[in-house]
Design a protein around this ligand. Structure first.
Ligand SMILES: [Zn+2]
Length: 75
């Protein structure tokens, strides 16, 4: 249940962050060149660190910031 709340908060924060970034870009620089792809961020359930999905360590129960935290969470 605690993790659901964390995921919800992270999702909302990410959503608003992206929204505000999109608005800033529109005001400052009207579209030019190819926009950088937004990275998919995940949070470690052990330490709540946010990191790009590509750098996360996959475990059976989720994604972690390091093999250490995967071991801590999954034994
Ligand atoms: Zn961690």
């Amino acid at each position: 249940m605690k993790y659901l709340l964390i995921i919800a908060v992270v999702f909302l924060a990410y959503h608003f962050w992206r929204k505000s970034r999109a608005t800033d870009k529109k005001q400052v620089h009207p579209r030019r060149g190819t926009p950088a792809l937004p990275e998919d961020m995940v949070s470690c359930p052990v330490c709540a660190l946010h990191l790009p999905r590509a750098e996360a360590v996959a475990g059976e129960k989720g994604l972690y910031c390091s093999a250490d935290h995967r071991r801590q969470a999954e034994g």
